[in-house]
Design a protein around this ligand. Structure first.
Ligand code: CLF
Ligand code: SF4
Length: 302
């Protein structure tokens, strides 16, 4: 039975370039940027740019409506045969924009049911939307866990907006953490593959990420992606302005290695833009800007 399970699992990740290191040489993903709002404030985030939890700070993606996004996805799926996954990862938090996010997925699933749907979130609203996620067969969900300690959380998040109230400091960090843990468990119960992203911030959560790794592994996460903080004063982030540096590649590798005995670590992440197109190492987003893709006819065969 175990072998059969493994085979099934292999099949589920075989064409996802982020979940399978092998797949990333052969299969492409695209992001559609339909989700501008966010419900928390990470200190490393400047809202002028893409969400830094699953994309690239300092980049401004072109915002689309769900209809435009679906059109774009179908155009690109027709033009790039290796395209297997459509993800929503910003420019804000997809689940702070649930109508836009789910409408986009619905439109794509309706016309191209073989495209895998992928979602990345800070986790605050995950349990609220778990039924919709199951219904749409979204098999890949990323949660960003930067810490499992609210005191560290208070240094990373300046506020959390939950049920019409804004919570600051440790109070906000506690709510976010509780919701993230519930979300992780809900994914496990629903048998949805969960990747965890952690932004590594030297001096704040770098050594602590080993505990984060242990915790998420025990709670059923499939893959852990430890990414370096990209911090530059010109991004105007709080961390950038206070001189917080990002880790060196060597420091990232060390923490990844310290976690690696325990579970699968993602080491091929490219910190994509919220409108990325192509193989992980290439960026074809400029071939498919709005002025261009709106002129193209979807060639996708249903
Ligand atoms: Fe996109 Fe993320 Fe899905 Fe991949 S990206 S939503 S899981 S389809 Fe991939 Fe890009 Fe790294 Fe993300 S390389 S930033 S891990
Ligand atoms: Fe910025 Fe993403 Fe954090 Fe929201 S979750 S504040 S968009 S980095």
């Amino acid at each position: 039975a175990t072998v059969e399970m493994d085979e099934k699992l292999k099949e589920r990740i075989a064409k996802h370039p982020c979940y399978s290191e092998d797949a990333h040489h052969h299969y492409a993903r695209m992001h559609v940027a339909v989700a501008p709002a966010c419900n928390i404030q990470c200190n490393y985030c400047n809202r002028k740019y893409d969400c830094a939890n699953e994309s690239r700070p300092g980049v401004v993606s072109e915002l689309l409506t769900p209809e435009e996004a679906a059109h774009k996805a179908l155009v690109i799926a027709g033009k790039i045969p290796q395209m297997t996954v459509v993800g929503i990862a910003g420019p804000g938090d997809p689940l702070a924009n649930p109508e836009k996010t789910f409408r986009t997925f619905e439109l794509i699933a309706d016309k191209a049911p073989d495209i895998k749907l992928c979602l990345s979130t800070n986790g605050l609203m995950l349990t609220e939307h778990i039924d919709r996620i199951k219904q749409l067969n979204i098999d890949h969900v990323t949660i960003t866990f930067n810490t499992i300690d609210p005191e560290i959380g208070a240094q990373i998040y300046s506020w959390v907006h939950y049920k019409r109230k804004r919570y600051r400091g440790i109070e906000g960090a506690k709510i976010l953490l509780e919701k993230q843990i519930e979300g992780l468990q809900a994914l496990r119960e629903a048998d949805i593959l969960c990747k965890v992203n952690s932004v590594m911030i030297p001096g704040i959560n770098d050594q602590h990420l080993i505990e984060v790794n242990k915790f998420i592994r025990e709670n059923g996460a499939f893959l852990h992606n430890i990414m370096p903080l990209i911090s530059a004063p010109e991004h105007g982030t709080h961390f950038g302005l206070t001189g917080q540096r990002g880790p060196t590649p060597k420091e990232v590798k060390e923490v990844q290695d310290n976690c690696a005995g325990n579970m699968k670590m993602m080491r091929h992440c490219r910190q994509c833009r919220a409108d990325a197109v192509g193989l992980l190492g290439e960026d074809r987003s400029q071939e498919f800007t709005k002025d261009k893709f709106l002129e193209m006819t979807p060639e996708y065969d249903v």
